[in-house]
Structures are given as C-alpha cells and as structure tokens.
Design a binder for this molecule. Sequence first.
Ligand code: BDR
Ligand code: CA
Length: 337
Amino acid sequence: MEKQRDRAQPFWSTAMVHKLILDVDTGTDDAVAIMLAALHPALDLVAVTTVNGNIEVEKCTDNTLRTLEWIGRGDIPVYEGLATPIVRPDFPTPRATKRDPKVHMAVLPVPAPKGRKQDKPAPIFLSEIFASNPNQITLVAVGPLSNLAATIAVDPAFPSNVSHLIIMGGAINKSNITPSAEFNIWADPEAAAQVFRAGFKKITLVPLDATHEALVSSDQCDHLRNLGTAAGEAAADIIMHRIKGYEANQPTGTPLTAPVHDAVCVAALVDESIVDTRFVNVVIETAGEYTIGRTVVDHEKRTTRPANCHVAFHANRSAFINMLTEIFARGPKPGTR
Ligand code: BDR
Ligand code: CA
C-alpha cells in the first residue's frame, strides 16, 4: 500500500535547496525530468549536460535547449558531451528512436531554441564545476554514462567531489533493450562499469523495476494539460506520446499508462521517500554474450562483494504524480515565454 501524504503540507522546504546537474539524452522522459528540475523550488538546476543515447547528441542538445526555453528557463546553461560510447566505435543499434519511435522523438513538440549550447565540452565542465564546488552538487545521470566515464578519465578526483550520484538505469526483474539489460547501461556498458568502480561517495540507482511502479496515466496527462502552463502542456503531450508507444509495443500491464523513468530520479532527490532503496553490491556485465549491459544486483548476498549502491526496488506512484502536478502548475503560460 502506498504511503498517504497530507497534500496541504509540502514535503520539501526551500530552506533546503539542492543544487543539481542533470546529464541527459533528451529524450521524452528526459524532458519531463528537465522541467521538474528547472521548476522545483527546492532544486537549483546549475546546468544540463547532454550525451549520445536516445538520439544523436546534437539532437539531445537541441531538445534540451528547447525544453528549457519553453518553460522560461533558457538561463540554464547546456553543455554538450560525448557523441559515442567510450569504447565501442559504433553505438549499438538500434537507437531508442529507431527501435521505438512512438516512445522517443528526434524533435520534441515545443518551439526551436533561440539560444545555443556552451562552447566547453561537458566532461571539462563537469570536472571544473565539481572541483570548484566539492560535495555541494548532486549529479543526476539519466542517459548512457559516457560523459561521467570521460570526466573520470580526465579528472580522477571527480568522483570524490560529487556529493551524490543518482542514476536512472539498470534492471533487476525487468528489461527494455535485451532480455538482460536496460537501455542506458547497455548503451555504454564500459562507461557504466567504470562509474561503478570509480569510488563515488554515494550512488543511487533507479532501475526499471522502480520506474514501472510510478506509471503516469492518460487521465493524469489530461490533468497536467488543464493546469494551463507551458510545463503542464508539454508534459501532457510528451507523456501521451509515451503512453501511445507503450500501448503499441510494450504494454505496462495497466491500460493507458507509461513510465517516465528519468523524472523519478529528480523526484527522489527532492523527496527520497518516493523510492524504497536497499544498499547492495552492483557490478556491470561487459563481457557476456547474452547479458552485456546487465546490472548485476546482489540483492540476495550471493557474493562477499561490498555494498556500493542504493538500489530503488519500489517507487511511490501517487507521491510522484502529485509532485509533477504541483510543480508543473508553475512557470509561464504556453506561448508567453
Ligand atoms: C532510459 O532509456 C532511455 O530511453 C530513457 O530516456 C531512460 O533514460 C530507460 O531505459
Ligand atoms: Ca534518458
């Protein structure tokens, strides 16, 4: 049974504003995560970095810029990162947009951006910003982990400067790209393995098992649209697109719903009770013929490998949706940015 909340009492306080940087491959659910991070009063979105993933990195950058400008947050800088995985010369195909064009879009349905990306490459920016603000910023990575691995390569001190790393990726009893793997980890498994070995102080992994418990329905999209805001309208359009894609190709088991994976990570940063975590060992499979990209989660303690990751096994659907609804009521009206 989900925990009930008194909606009159906010569960966050603006006295405790979390600084965060989002690493994205925008991406429909990435766009919802960006809007939540950019509009939540308990969050200070310092910057967004983009990475090759759902689509080519330059398209991820364009989608990120247009999402931020649509909700009046074109002030947030966007840094473009890696165009390929760190080891494999070709991105494993098909991309998300090819394998499932109904879930992701090459171009998001909001106007083209007027602004442009920053000149500095994402790994250089990440190294510098965390070095000059050690232990003060949370990194939320919701695409393949190529940028993080590249940053570790140029700056071995980087992991120790990150206060908390939250990753959308992996799976325990679910999958979405091979029978063993989730897309973000599978898309650059060597990068993911490097990240899990790098000695980050705290890693929280939000896998498919949790995000599929925080499904958003078409009725809830109607509610978001009726908020009359730019964020509500974009979220409704984008999530409805996802719902149609899931209905067509990978039904969730609950009619007219879809997961909005990446936004769950942002919600869990504001309100950690949105996910139920256990501290366990996680390693990444990089060699298996059938299992490459699998997150090997030792939740039954079959090894003596030490715990290194807080894995979300469950998510609180109503709390997540309440947060989306509350926060997307903020910001400009559509077309008034
Ligand atoms: C993850 O892969 C991408 O397609 C989504 O944006 C999400 O980050 C889900 O497997
Ligand atoms: Ca993503």
